[in-house]
Design a protein around this ligand. Structure first.
Ligand code: KIV
Ligand code: ZN
Length: 508
């Protein structure tokens, strides 16, 4: 019998800690719905005390999701725990997740607490969380750089107070697989009561070892893996959900485990998270990257044509990559469009579908063939991206090699129409400077990139911008057949995210 490994997805919490990856409430709810469809066991919906926005998102997700457990993160103190409970208490299956650091480095430089104090805080925090729910997870931050004796003592205290999941984070991505596997084994041998709880791991990818470490942990007794879609997360990210799940499935011969994940939804989930966060998936990313199933060399292509097994260890269809992405055109009707939206995994209300269909028709007037990627960008831009403080109404740009590039922009700012004109070194520069004037914002542009969503000169351009203001970074994305319009959309999307980010009160 294969044992179950629970998948705890933290895309909406640790994933959102990726530099730039800010999401609003509606976007988070949409991702949570997709994660439920993917069949993850636990969704960590956020860190409720960190901001009003996070609190509201966790609350909304708790009301919406009915199958997966919903976890809210809390530092080990009463205020955090009470706030997290307020946010998750409406969930069908709520979980409180509390944590405190255990390494000497963190105790000395950050917490400024003794080991005895930390044990007391951990115990009291679990006990407080238990007053609200039987489902309590305790994490020892920086566990892999902690003294093992002390780590075991902290875990024993947490279990004594009723923790039901014990999580071992490799917070700084420092461990290597053999060592991490050994740590899990040691904890299982030494901690009293460990057999009563689920052992979990949470690995960061600073040395590119998060997935390998998670697999080593499973082989040594871990039965919950914390991970994110596309491996996004703090710094170099977290264990990638799709990689760990597909490793377990593909190497059934060595790994006697299973997960509840439905892999056919992996690709749509990956695209959705990338679209909403603005975090582009690198082409060579395992399982979901654009090149993950592309065979370039003649020898490989020859082998694949003769027998797929020669160079393919899993099929693109198994993770939901569509066979052909050319779908619709100018003559396609409402019915075909709506069907395709649903096939791509988006569940929209009738009025949102209508709105998306109108945008599709406008696009089809400019562009002969509409691909899945075009449909996704319509859905994400028109529907999921709620208008916030700033909205583009009108843009006219004059540019060329004998004129000073000039932009005239009309925007809605807090519901009021504002118009300005300005010039710059090029059409994009003129547009950005004018938008900056209208919005009176001070962000610095760190990065600007244009990508064609599909092939051909009529393809939509997808622009990604990265902005920085007072140490906060955000990523914005916009798509359009006109790259200057796409640039304006991306810039405004980033400015809206920056506004949202400024409301964050507590960082980790
Ligand atoms: O990396 C980490 O230690 C964390 C904890 C809060 C689980 O994200
Ligand atoms: Zn983490």
């Amino acid at each position: 019998m294969r044992e179950l490994v629970k998948i705890f997805d933290t895309t909406l919490r640790d994933g959102e800690q990726s530099p730039g990856a800010t999401m609003n409430v509606a976007e988070k709810v949409r991702i949570a719905e997709q994660l439920e469809k993917l069949n993850v066991d636990i969704i960590e919906a956020g860190f409720p005390i960190s901001s009003e926005g996070d609190f509201e998102a966790v609350k909304a997700i708790s009301r919406t999701i009915r199958r997966s457990e919903i976890a809210g993160l809390a530092r080990a103190n009463p205020k955090d725990i009470d706030r997290a409970w307020e946010a998750v208490k409406g969930a069908k299956f709520p979980r409180l997740h509390t944590f405190i650091s255990t390494s000497d480095i963190h105790l000395k430089h950050q917490l400024k607490k003794s080991k005895a104090e930390v044990i007391g805080i951990a115990a009291r925090s679990v006990a407080r969380a238990k007053r609200y729910t039987p489902n309590v997870e305790f994490s020892a931050m920086d566990a892999t750089r902690s003294d093992v004796e002390f780590l075991c003592a902290v875990f024993e205290a947490a279990i004594r107070e009723g923790a039901t999941t014990i999580n071992i984070p490799d917070t700084v991505g420092y461990a290597i697989p053999s060592e991490f596997g050994e740590l899990i084994r040691t904890i299982r041998q030494r901690v009293k009561g460990i057999e009563k709880v689920t052992l979990s791991v949470h690995c960061h990818n600073d040395l590119g070892l998060a997935v390998a470490n998670s697999l080593a942990a499973i082989q040594n007794g871990a039965r919950q893996v914390e991970c994110t879609i596309n491996g996004i997360g703090e710094r170099a990210g977290n264990t990638s959900l799709e990689e760990v799940v597909m490793a377990i499935r593909t190497r059934k011969d060595l790994l006697q485990f299973h997960t509840h994940i439905l892999p056919k939804h992996i690709f749509t989930t990956s695209r959705l998270v990338s679209k909403i966060t603005g975090m582009v998936v690198q082409p060579n990313k395992a399982v979901v990257g654009g090149n993950a199933f592309a065979h370039q060399s003649g020898i490989h292509q020859d082998g694949i044509l003769k027998e797929k097994l020669t160079y393919e260890i899993m099929t693109p269809e198994s993770v939901g990559i569509p066979k052909s992405s050319l779908v619709l055109g100018k003559l396609s009707g409402r019915h075909a469009f709506k069907d395709r939206v649903r096939e791509l995994g988006y569940r929209l209300s009738e009025s949102d579908l209508e709105l998306a269909f109108t945008r599709f028709k406008q696009l089809a007037d400019k562009k002969r063939d509409i691909y899945d990627e075009d449909i996704e960008s319509i859905v994400v831009e028109q529907i999921l991206r709620m208008p916030r403080r700033f909205k583009l109404i009108y843009l006219n740009v004059v540019a060329g090699n004998v004129t000073v590039p000039t932009a005239t922009v009309q925007m809605e700012v807090d519901g009021k129409l504002v118009q300005e004109a300005g010039f710059g070194d090029g059409p994009v520069d003129a547009t950005f400077k004018t938008i900056k004037k209208i919005t009176r914002t001070k962000s610095k542009l760190l990065q600007f990139a244009i990508n064609a969503i599909t092939s051909g000169t009529e393809a939509q351009g997808e622009v990604t911008v990265r902005l920085e203001e007072k140490g906060n970074t955000v990523i914005g994305q916009g798509a359009d057949t006109d790259v200057i319009v796409a640039s304006a959309k991306a810039y405004i999307n980033a400015l809206n995210k920056m506004e949202f980010k400024k409301q964050k009160l507590v960082g980790m």
